[in-house]
Design a protein around this ligand. Structure first.
Ligand code: COA
Length: 196
């Protein structure tokens, strides 16, 4: 398994990984009417707006991603000016069907910014999702170490991430890499790590 920088043409494959891991790390296909919504929120912004930290995992084609963001506030600003507006047209609030789709469409229209107290000390953040065929071989922690090194080299002083409160495997991996609990609320645990 290897990493390479993600390209715009990886879109569909990586959006599909988001779906295959979209239920707190397990297959979320059954939860969403629209199979692209998770990717639009959690993958697209990184490939398009933070491409120097967006990696595709290769295993006979794209089998996952490791996505970093150097400065969370800056990415939130850039999403507001260029990523969300066309999606707000494509996904109007009033047409939404199921609750899980609705939650993501609401996020597209009213994206929550990360708290100032978090991004002050931990300005960077990351996501990792490996498709089931790429899981369980110990590559996740190695890919995360690679991304943490990239963020450190780029000058970041700290990184955070959000993980489903029930996703114990991912939490184990993050703790093994030195992440600590920051806040556990609304089904999401935020974890942080200082970089130096
Ligand atoms: C979470 C993820 C990144 C881990 O990467 P991975 O390469 O699959 O990791 P592995 O399963 O090989 O295991 C790594 C470690 O976790 C441990 N582990 C596995 N399942 C576990 C569980 N349910 N609870 C606790 N620890 C677990 C393994 O024993 C291993 O520990 P070790 O290194 O001390 O032996 C990857 O499985 C994944 O992408 N999962 C689906 C999507 C996801 O959950 N993403 C995170 C969203 S925040």
């Amino acid at each position: 398994m290897t990493l390479r920088l993600a390209q715009p043409h990886d879109h569909d494959a990586l959006y599909n990984v988001a779906l295959l891991t979209g239920d707190g790390g397990a297959d979320g296909t059954h939860l969403f009417d629209d199979p692209r919504l998770l990717g639009e929120v959690f993958v697209g912004p990184y490939i398009h707006l933070e491409p120097e930290f967006a990696y595709s995992v290769e295993l006979d084609g794209p089998a996952g991603y490791v996505l970093g963001c150097l400065d969370t506030g800056s990415l939130e600003d850039r999403c507001e000016s260029s990523w969300w507006p066309p999606l707000r047209v494509r996904y109007p609030l009033e047409n939404v069907r199921r609750d899980s789709d609705q939650e993501l469409v609401r996020f597209i229209h009213f994206p929550e910014r990360r708290p100032e107290a978090l991004v002050r000390d931990f300005p960077s953040h990351l996501h990792i999702d490996l498709a089931p065929r790429a899981q369980g071989h110990g590559y996740g922690p190695r890919f995360l170490e690679f991304l943490l090194d990239r963020l450190t080299q780029a000058g970041s002083r700290g990184v955070h991430l959000g993980v489903a409160s029930g996703n114990l495997r991912a939490q184990y991996v993050y703790r093994s890499l030195g992440f600590q609990d920051w806040e556990n609320a609304g089904g999401e645990l935020i974890m942080t790590k200082e970089l130096s």
